[in-house]
Design a protein around this ligand. Structure first.
Ligand SMILES: [Zn+2]
Ligand SMILES: [Zn+2]
Length: 301
């Protein structure tokens, strides 16, 4: 299975259009690579691809990665999409993909995410023909929806709930299926990838899934719980935005120290000091044996 990091930043990207924090300024000045909003593309054969979340930057991400570009006058190698939650930075790219032709996309999410997102006029067309917006079963393998569905025919996919809330536009409600993570492998079920870019805590279920994965992309949005406040960017804590911070006693880094898995932090907010390779935060992550995703990173499982 081929895994491509399309984007590695949280909502807003780096630089964010209205932000002149240290990280945004460094990216704007060309001192550090810019980052687009997070998402992965995975493929069993390099021909047909499954998107894991679809950010508003998907257009630029397709142009930056030839395997996602059309090979016929009108067409796409994108075979479907999975959504972890209903945040706009995770499915806003649907708006870019609306010139889809007659075939349509098979998109999948939890029932809760479909109910919230498909009620938004911008995303509603994706729950109607020629598209299909399917509910992922929780804690069970997804079945193929057709003979050319990437899911079930080329890739084995399982979703499970992680702690989290619905997006701000939905009132940040705590409800089952508001946020899920995905385990993805080739059909033999070996060497699975875990995709968990958003979670409010590492509970026992998520820990077990990370520990059993070959590679785990995990929520690296905020290094500390109060970094937005201390940098005078926003009066909100990571926890109130549905993210477990990386550092600290209960932080993800400490929690996963003994998981024995290749852990890659993604979905980094532009406030996060891990974006500076020279920072103490970056050093702590490296010393713990974890990695920080960047746009264009590729792995093979
Ligand atoms: Zn996000
Ligand atoms: Zn910034």
């Amino acid at each position: 299975m081929i895994v491509r990091v399309l984007g590695s930043a949280a909502g807003g990207g780096v630089p964010q259009w209205n932000c002149a924090c240290d990280n945004c300024s460094a990216a704007r000045a060309g001192r550090r690579p810019p980052r687009t909003q997070s998402g992965l593309a995975v493929s069993a054969d390099g021909e047909r691809w499954l998107l894991l979340n679809c950010s508003p930057d998907i257009g630029a991400q397709i142009e930056a990665f030839a395997p996602l570009q059309p090979r016929t006058p009108r067409g796409t190698p994108i075979g479907g999409m999975l959504f972890t939650d209903a945040n706009v930075d995770h499915l806003g790219g649907l708006v870019t993909l609306r010139q889809h032709g007659e075939r349509g996309f098979i998109v999948r999410s939890s029932a809760a995410v479909r109910a919230i997102a498909a009620a938004q006029p911008a995303f509603a067309p994706f729950s109607e023909p020629p598209h299909r917006w399917l509910e992922v079963p929780l804690d069970a393998l997804c079945e193929a929806a057709s003979k050319d569905d990437v899911v079930g025919n080329q890739l084995a996919v399982r979703a499970f709930c992680v702690p989290g809330t619905t997006p701000g536009y939905d009132g940040r409600r705590r409800l089952s299926g508001a946020v899920v993570a995905y385990e993805i492998s080739e059909l033999d079920g070996k060497n699975h990838l875990l995709f968990a870019p958003v979670f409010a805590a590492v509970d026992a279920v998520l820990y077990a899934a990370i520990a059993s994965a070959q590679v785990a992309f995990v929520d690296g949005t905020f290094y500390t719980d109060d970094e937005l406040i201390s940098q005078h960017l926003l009066e909100k804590r990571a926890e109130s935005l549905g993210h477990q911070s990386v550092a600290g006693e209960a932080g993800t880094l400490q929690r996963l120290r003994d998981a024995g898995t290749r852990v890659i932090f993604t979905h980094l907010n532009n406030s996060n000091p891990m974006l500076d390779p020279a920072s103490a935060a970056s050093r702590q992550v490296r010393e713990a044996g974890a990695e920080i995703a960047c746009d264009g990173m590729e792995l093979r499982l």
